[in-house]
Ligand binder design. Structure first.
Ligand code: BES
Ligand code: MG
Ligand code: ZN
Length: 457
C-alpha cells in the first residue's frame, strides 16, 4: 500500500544518507553490497552514491532493495532525498515518480498457483513530503503503476488459461469499470467478414477462436486519433516452423504488446486524459495442427496485399498487419503506434536494456524520445531503410514475403519495413519489446508509463 502524507505514523522512518555515513553492525547490505540500510533508532538510512552518473538507477536499486527486504511499515521522508540527492538530471519530480513506481512495481503481489501461499507482507509505504504540488502527480503515478501491474498480471497468466477467448472476456469484463471506454470484441466471423486473411492464417492451426479486442477512449474529440496496435500471440510455438524447446521458453509472453496497449488506454481513460486514443489487441495462439498454415502459402491481407508465408514463426507481423489495416480503415487512425515481441534479433541487438523504436516520422520519434527520457524506460531508435523493404519484396509470387533473408541480417528492421507497408501513409511507429516485455520470469508491463506520458499531453 502506497500513501502520500498519511497522518498515521509508522514504526520506521526512511531517510537519505550520504556517501560518508559510517557503517556499523546495524547495516543491512543488499546482496550486491551497493545499497546500505541501517536500522538504528527506528530509522532506515538509505545510503546513496552521489558520484554515479545515473542517479535514477541508483535510487531505483535502493528502493527495490528496501521493499524486497520487507522490513516494516515506513514513512519515507522524501524531502531528505530531494535535499541530498536531486540534481539537474534527476529532479524532484523525476525522483518522486521513480519512488512511487518502484514501490508499486516491487510490492505488487503477483498471483501464484503454489499450494502453500508465501505472500510477502503488504507493508505500508507512506511518502512524506512538504511539496503540495506532488498531490496531483501522485494520483497520476498511481494510475500509471496500477495499469502497468494490470498488464503484468495478464502477461503472467499461463497460456492454458490466458487463451484469446479468456483474455477477451477478462478485458471486456474489466472495461465495465470505465464509463468512458467503448469496448468491442471481434471473433472469427467478423474477422472473416473484414478479410483479415493474415490474422486467420496464424490462427488456422488452433481450436481456440481468435479475438480482436478494441478499446476506444475519446477524451478530446478535436484532437488527432492515435491507435495503438498490439501483438497478442497467447502462445508462440512457431507453427510448422516449430521452435526448438529452448526457444519456446517464455512464449506465453508473446501477447505482451496487446496487453500493454490495452492497459495504456485504460490508464488514460482512468486519468481522464485529454487524448483521442484506441487500442487494438490481436489475440490468437500460433500452433501446429492439421489445419495449420503451410509454408509458402500465399494469403491476402485485409488491405489487399498478398503475402507469402515463408516462415510460420514470423507470425507477429501477420496479425499486426491486419490490426493496422483495421486501425486505419475501421477506426480512422491519424497515426499508429504498434508494440510487439516481434523478433529474436531485437534481443540480440539491445538485450533486455532497451525497446527498439522504428519510425520514419521525425515527429513521432521526437514525442517518443521525450517520453522515454522522462520515464527512464529506454527506447532506442532503429532504422527502416528502403533496402529492408526490398528484402521483404523478394518473391515473384506475392507482394510481400514475411521473412527477409538470414544472410542479409537486420531481422528487426526487415520486420519493421514489412509492417510499415500497412500504415497506408499514416505516421507509424513500431516498438519491438522482445527483450523488455519480461524479465525471464514475469512480465514487466513495459512501455505503459511511457506511452501514457507520450499521449497524455
Ligand atoms: N515471438 C517471436 C520473437 C521473440 C523471440 C520474442 C524471442 C521474444 C523472445 C517471433 O514470433 C518470432 O518467432 N520471430 C522470428 C522471426 C523469424 C522467423 C523471421 C525470430 O525472431 O526468430
Ligand atoms: Mg514466432
Ligand atoms: Zn511471436
Amino acid at each position: 500500500m502506497i500513501k502520500l502524507n498519511s497522518k498515521d505514523k509508522n514504526d520506521f522512518k526512511v531517510v537519505f544518507a550520504s556517501n560518508d555515513l559510517v557503517e556499523t553492525n546495524n547495516f543491512l547490505k543488499d546482496t550486491k553490497g551497493n545499497i546500505f540500510l541501517s536500522t538504528k533508532d527506528n530509522t532506515i538510512y538509505v545510503k546513496l552514491n552521489s558520484k554515479t552518473d545515473d542517479k535514477r538507477r541508483e535510487f531505483i536499486k535502493a528502493f527495490t532493495s528496501l521493499v524486497k527486504q520487507n522490513i516494516s511499515n515506513v514513512d519515507i521522508e522524501f524531502d531528505t532525498f530531494v535535499k541530498g540527492y536531486a540534481d539537474v538530471d534527476f529532479t524532484e519530480e523525476l525522483m518522486f515518480n521513480a519512488l512511487v513506481e518502484t514501490l508499486s512495481y516491487v510490492s505488487h503481489q503477483p498471483f501464484t498457483f503454489k499450494k502453500e501461499e508465501v505472500k510477502p507482507t503488504d507493508f505500508e509505504y507512506n511518502i512524506v513530503t512538504s511539496n503540495k504540488k506532488l498531490d496531483d502527480e501522485f494520483i497520476k503515478e498511481v494510475i500509471k503503476t496500477d495499469f502497468t501491474n494490470y498488464a503484468r498480471d495478464l502477461q503472467d497468466t499461463p497460456p492454458n488459461i490466458a487463451t484469446s477467448e479468456w483474455i477477451a472476456k477478462t478485458i471486456e469484463q474489466d472495461a465495465k469499470n470505465f464509463k468512458n471506454v467503448k469496448l468491442k470484441v471481434l471473433g472469427i466471423h467478423e474477422a472473416e467478414k473484414l478479410g483479415m486473411g493474415l490474422f486467420l492464417a496464424v490462427n488456422a492451426g488452433s481450436e481456440i477462436e481468435p479475438k480482436v479486442v478494441v478499446a476506444e477512449y475519446n477524451g478530446a474529440p478535436e484532437k488527432q486519433k492515435t491507435v495503438l496496435v498490439g501483438k497478442g500471440i497467447t502462445f508462440d510455438s512457431g507453427g510448422y516452423n516449430l521452435k526448438p524447446s529452448s526457444a519456446m521458453v517464455g512464449m506465453k509472453f508473446d501477447m505482451s504488446g496487446a496487453a500493454i496497449m490495452l492497459s495504456t488506454v485504460f490508464a488514460l481513460a482512468k486519468a481522464n486524459a485529454k487524448v483521442n486514443v484506441a487500442a487494438v489487441g490481436m489475440f490468437t495462439d500460433n500452433r501446429i495442427g492439421g489445419h495449420a498454415t503451410l509454408t509458402e502459402s500465399v494469403v491476402k491481407s485485409m488491405n489487399g496485399l498478398t503475402v507469402q508465408i515463408d516462415n510460420t514463426d514470423a507470425e507477429g507481423r501477420l496479425v499486426l498487419a491486419d490490426g493496422m489495416t483495421y486501425a486505419v480503415r475501421e477506426l480512422q487512425a491519424d497515426r499508429i503506434i504498434e508494440a510487439s515481441t516481434l523478433t529474436g534479433a531485437m534481443v540480440v541487438a539491445l538485450g533486455h536494456l532497451a525497446t527498439g523504436g522504428f519510425t520514419k516520422s521525425e515527429e513521432l520519434w521526437k514525442e517518443m524520445d521525450a517520453a522515454q527520457a522522462y520515464t527512464g524506460e529506454r527506447v532506442w531508435r532503429m532504422p527502416i531503410y528502403n533496402e529492408h523493404l526490398e528484402l521483404m519484396q523478394a518473391t515473384p509470387i506475392a507482394d510481400l514475403t514475411n521473412t527477409g533473408s538470414r544472410a542479409a541480417g537486420a531481422g528487426s528492421s526487415t520486420a519493421a519495413a514489412f509492417l510499415n507497408e500497412f500504415a497506408e501513409g499514416k505516421p507509424f511507429m513500431h516498438l519491438d519489446i522482445a527483450g523488455t516485455a519480461d524479465n525471464g520470469e514475469r512480465g514487466t508491463g513495459v512501455m505503459v508509463k511511457t506511452l501514457f506520458e507520450m499521449l497524455n499531453k
